[in-house]
Design a protein. Structure first.
Length: 308
């Protein structure tokens, strides 16, 4: 309880205000929430009468700060005991899902993302939509890809049905953002396992995105008997169905269901910089693009921006 005692002393003995904002309009409650100080948050709200929904610059709230730093207990207390609506957004229309997707690696690594999924599940139960597009055209999968959170990307696909099928306003897919941020393995996973084209092929065969090669083949052989033109009167629709089935099978069996989510502007840069050092030049270009195309990311890539 030491941090709470310090706060009580600062207010009671030295006249510090429990409501005083900083240059970016963040209050003591913003910082207590960001740092996971549950007892301080309780004292500020229940005894010092701090405003739980205080708006800082860009409409950033204490709740958003707690979620961004993956503090489950503080986030839950604010949402269940302090009257905060978890469905709130900031000025850029970023939801709590966007904030959580950008949680710092240091706040995720110790338990391999288990706490991240715990908070994600709680947010979803409280009505937070992870598919919401904010002002730059990002949903939570874009943000999670940028931050390199593979475990959250998998959860978003499996539990929320999010696919890397929609580019943002700059033309970037989630795989592009992962690659720009240096997460090459995640970019490859998104293209191989999270593309809209793979989902379409799986739907044609009636298999899941994680279906094995054996399951894909079995589903194909089963459906072939149903739609092959030689098995019934070959109407035009039958032939079309068979063609779609065959192409879906080839996509999954021969190409692994790989998608092609790439910003065409990046491909153009590659063509224009075809030289001995093409790879390093392109890497520098993508790095610059990353900084330019996510302007709302500020303090450690927080959706609300601003240091403090």
């Amino acid at each position: 309880h030491f941090p709470r005692q310090v706060c009580q002393s600062l207010v009671g003995e030295f006249g510090a205000s429990p409501h005083a904002p900083t240059w970016n309009l963040r209050t003591p409650l913003h910082y207590a929430a960001r740092n996971g100080r549950l007892e301080v948050c309780r004292w500020l709200v229940e005894e010092a009468r701090a405003e739980p929904n205080a708006l800082a610059r860009d409409d950033v709230t204490p709740f958003q700060m707690a979620v961004w730093q993956n503090h489950f207990d503080v986030s839950r207390w604010l949402g269940e005991q302090a009257g905060v609506d978890p469905r709130q957004t900031n000025r850029f229309r970023c939801t709590a899902g966007h904030w959580l997707a950008l949680a710092p690696e240091a706040r995720v690594r110790p338990d391999n993302g288990a706490s991240l999924l715990r908070l994600a599940t709680w947010l979803r139960e409280r009505g937070v939509c992870f598919a919401t597009l904010q002002d730059q055209g990002h949903h939570a999968l874009h943000k999670a890809a940028w931050a390199g959170h593979r475990v959250l990307c998998e959860w978003l696909r499996d539990e929320c049905g999010l696919l890397d099928a929609v580019p943002d306003q700059a033309g970037n897919y989630a795989a592009d953002l992962a690659q720009q941020a240096g997460h090459e393995d995640l970019a490859a996973w998104l293209r191989a396992n999270c593309s809209g084209s793979k989902a379409e092929s799986c739907a044609v065969l009636g298999v899941t995105l994680d279906a094995s090669a054996a399951d894909v083949r079995a589903a194909y052989l089963r459906k072939v008997r149903e739609v092959h033109p030689d098995c019934r009167a070959a109407a035009a629709a039958d032939i079309s169905d068979f063609s779609a089935l065959y192409e879906a099978y080839r996509h999954l069996a021969l190409r692994g269901g790989a998608g092609a989510q790439r910003n065409p502007r990046h491909a153009l840069r590659l063509m224009l910089t075809h030289a001995a050092h093409e790879a390093s030049v392109e890497s520098d270009a993508l790095g610059a693009a990353a900084a330019a195309e996510m302007p709302e990311a500020g303090e450690a890539e927080a959706p609300g921006g601003g240091s403090g």
